[in-house]
Design a protein around this ligand. Sequence first.
Ligand code: HEM
Length: 117
Amino acid sequence: MEILRHVVVLVHLVGFAILFGAWVVEAVNRKRRFTRLMDWGLAIAAVAGLILAAPWGLDHDLNYVKLGIKLVILLVIGALLGIGRGRQRTTGAVPPVMFWAVGVLTLTNAALAVIWR
Ligand code: HEM
């Protein structure tokens, strides 16, 4: 059970890596675009995160305040990706605030996971 939980954490990390990695590629190339890969990364992190939010294969309690905040942040990232894609279709680029918010919020969720136990 514990090994299975670690596998789901790994899948969750892959989702984070895909989302953040895809975002960094656009930021470094100064493209300021949202891509399908970001949607996939978010979806993978979301599904694995929700599975991990259930208390199985653990010998300690989960921090549900932290998980609630992470879920809200994930929903905000999803909304930004959706709205940004709409803007991108009409103007060719995502507004800078939206683009940077997705990177900062993604990193915030990773920091919450690692720093706040
Ligand atoms: C963009 C969204 C998210 C990112 C970038 C993210 C990032 C991470 C990272 C980097 C870890 C590994 C931490 C470690 O093992 O030291 C982690 C663990 C975890 N995440 Fe997420 N996460 C996200 C969304 C969520 C959501 C929505 C949930 C559930 C509501 C969730 C639940 C968990 C749980 C239960 C763990 C296991 C460790 C712990 O209890 O904190 N995550 N996350």
